[in-house]
Design a protein around this ligand. Structure first.
Ligand SMILES: [Zn+2]
Length: 138
């Protein structure tokens, strides 16, 4: 049960890591690996030191949003810039190593949650979920 959906992972929810500690049930599920969760923010090593529960998540920080893309006070524009960035990184004619593989793993990995620090604010994870439908997985 639950394994029939190979292909686009439309089941994953976006979650804010800061909210995980507020749910003991979710926290324990991550600890016990009964909930499948992927960290998609930047600086995995740094944040995992400060927030050890991250060590119990799969690490996809390669897909994090580089700080130079941030337009202060304008999340929609920041997200548009991230979309262009990810399109370039996954361009079929010149794909950068690791990005397509990371997206493919997320897409097919049956993750319950994709984790960042933004939710409920607009987040680059919305672009990652969009990217599950891009024509880049040949
Ligand atoms: Zn985010």
């Amino acid at each position: 049960m639950g394994d029939e959906q190979v292909g686009s992972n439309t089941m994953a929810e976006i979650i804010n890591i800061k909210h995980i500690s507020k749910s003991l049930e979710l926290y324990n599920s991550i600890k016990e690996h009964t909930v499948n969760i992927a960290y998609c923010g930047l600086s995995y090593t740094y944040w995992a030191r400060i927030f050890p529960i991250i060590q119990d998540m799969e690490n996809y920080s390669i897909l994090g949003k580089p700080r130079e893309l941030i337009v202060k006070g304008n999340r929609p524009l920041t997200i548009d810039r991230y979309r262009l960035y990810l399109k370039e990184k996954t361009n079929k004619n010149y794909p950068h190593r690791g990005y397509v593989e990371a997206l493919r793993a997320l897409r097919t990995g049956h993750y319950n949650y994709l984790a960042c620090w933004c939710e409920p604010k607009l987040c680059h994870l919305s672009v990652i979920i969009e990217a599950f439908e891009w024509d880049i997985y040949d």
